[in-house]
Design a protein around this ligand. Structure first.
Ligand SMILES: Cc1cc2nc3c(=O)[nH]c(=O)nc-3n(C[C@H](O)[C@H](O)[C@H](O)COP(=O)(O)O)c2cc1C
Length: 489
């Protein structure tokens, strides 16, 4: 018999839902989810900062292939941390056929994050990926599975192929994954391959196939994923456009309101009665971070809710302390503002941005930033004139993007989310002349409501405060059902 969590602490990349936050939530019997996005770059940055607390080292010591762990440690660990003004080392930028080091970094960093999130309790932990960031997928999922991840959650695209990949990887079999390449003819080979045997440097542990939850925004997508996925889909997270992070674009022609934000209409509303007929558990996300909304979701037949914004401000989250404090002050006075930016993300998806002076949301800061693309997670693979696969990002230097066949109008308003999101969690890249990459905080429309979790006289709250509050209006018998989470293999 399977009992599902009532609360999923949503994946929040890069590094906002880190191992510490997911550990705290899972320990309480709800589902803690680490973000798997850009974990390789984040991991290397933590090692360059001297591995404060020794947590990365503890995870590396548990990795099943010690030689691989040792190679990475030797290359990237800086005892005592790099000088503040020194740049972070760069990881190899992902491509269709990744170099070995890129794959090893994905395996190891995803292993360590999940290992640490699972420490000192026996409840499941999940990992979140964005379908759009395809190239690191297979090695990352495998690394997370080596650490015993219980759930894989994926949205920002239609992750039809991941369920089948999970089935095969659980048996350490070779997998392939079709890379979306703009303009590629159907005859072009765009498959990516990953064979665990090529990386096994010792005996292989027994693996379990994690549960797979697809994050979708409409009934149509829910039905499509259940019908066409290459393997079992164990449930759905239904995310509305008030949620933090990337949002699904509105259906139909894009219309903007007077502030320049996408307008969502009745066609974007989800029919919950229909969801109940699909035969899989579902969780509602986007503005469900209050006890009333949790009760409402359960009353509508949902297994529970997925919440991000409330957890992003908890003490355990990876969001930088100064950013948390500044936004909490805004929230306390009811003056926090969130803008659904239709242009910022190179993915082309609307992206929620907290307006904060001095951050990249500030037009002056954005205008002053020199474009550079050195992390490349959001690069779009495209069919180059010579038939090879090229890579471009609408936030890279404009001339480079245009030289790669990109349209100049596509570059307008784009922001380098890769560098900004690493800055959000304390690893801002340092450039020449003391230039520091700016932060750009993403958060849900619910920003101002997080004050509900602050006890009188307190300036911060914990993940446990959020969980206790969210469950406070759930009928006692339902709450007891929710813990612990029991999974049968
Ligand atoms: C800081 C932040 C980062 C997020 N990053 C991701 C992400 O990397 N992948 C993802 O699927 N969802 C992401 N989300 C969405 C959350 O997982 C969750 O679905 C959403 O926050 C729920 O709505 P709420 O913000 O109203 O609680 C992010 C949300 C926030 C607040």
């Amino acid at each position: 018999m399977i009992q599902f969590p009532k609360i999923i602490q949503g994946g929040m990349g890069v590094g906002v839902s880190n191992w510490r936050l997911a550990n705290a939530v899972s320990k309480l019997g709800q589902l803690g989810v680490v973000s798997g996005t850009a974990l390789d770059a984040l991991f290397v940055s933590r090692l360059a900062d001297g591995d404060q607390g020794g947590h990365m080292r503890r995870g590396l010591d548990a990795f099943p292939f010690p030689e691989m762990a040792r190679r990475i440690w030797q290359e990237y660990f800086v005892a005592g941390g790099k000088p503040v003004e020194a740049p972070y080392p760069l990881t190899p930028v992902h491509q269709r056929k990744d170099v070995r080091k890129a794959i090893e970094l994905c395996m190891v960093s995803n292993f360590v994050e999940v290992f640490l999130a699972r420490e000192n309790h026996t409840n499941p932990v999940g990992i979140n990926f964005l379908e759009k960031v395809q190239m690191p997928h297979m090695a990352s999922v495998y690394g997370a599975m080596l650490a015993g991840v219980g759930y894989v959650l994926m949205g920002a695209g239609i992750p039809l192929h991941i369920p089948g990949v999970l089935d095969l990887l659980a048996a350490h079999h070779e997998v392939e994954y079709k890379l979306s390449v703009t303009g590629a003819p159907s005859t072009q080979d765009t498959q990516m391959h990953f064979n665990p045997a090529d990386y096994a440097e010792g005996p292989l542990p027994l693996l379990h196939r994690p549960k797979f939850l697809a994050i979708v925004s409409s009934n149509t997508l829910a039905t499509t994923i259940l019908r066409r996925a290459t393997g079992r889909v164990d449930g759905l997270v239904i995310e509305s456009p008030t949620a933090g992070g990337h949002n699904a674009p509105p259906r139909g022609k894009l219309q903007l309101n007077e502030n320049g934000e996408p307008v969502y209409g009745v066609r974007d509303q989800v029919n919950i009665a229909e969801l109940r007929t699909l035969g899989v558990p579902f969780w509602l996300a986007g503005g469900y971070g209050s006890p009333e909304k949790v009760r409402e979701a359960l009353g509508q037949g949902a297994a529970g809710v997925q919440v991000g914004t409330a957890f992003a401000f908890s003490r355990e989250s990876g969001l930088r302390g100064d950013l948390k404090d500044a936004l909490l002050i805004h929230a306390t006075t009811g003056t926090g503002e969130v803008f659904t930016d239709p242009l910022a993300s190179p993915t082309g998806f609307p992206f929620k941005v907290a307006l904060l002076d001095g951050s990249y949301s500030d037009p002056e800061v954005a205008a002053a930033r020199t474009r550079v693309c050195d992390l490349g997670y959001l690069r779009e693979p495209y069919n180059a004139p010579d038939g090879s696969i090229g890579y471009r990002c609408a936030a890279e230097p404009v001339a480079n993007y245009v030289a790669k066949g990109g349209k100049v109008e596509e570059t307008v308003g784009r922001k380098c989310l890769c560098n900004a999101l690493l800055a959000n969690v304390g690893h801002a890249q340092r450039r020449k002349n003391d230039v520091v990459e700016p932060a750009l905080v993403t958060i849900g429309d619910d920003l101002n409501t997080v004050v509900q979790f602050l006890a009188p006289g307190q300036e911060s709250y914990s993940a446990a405060d959020v969980v206790a509050s969210l469950l406070s209006k759930v009928a006692v018998e339902q709450e007891v059902e929710a813990r612990p989470i029991t999974l049968t293999a």
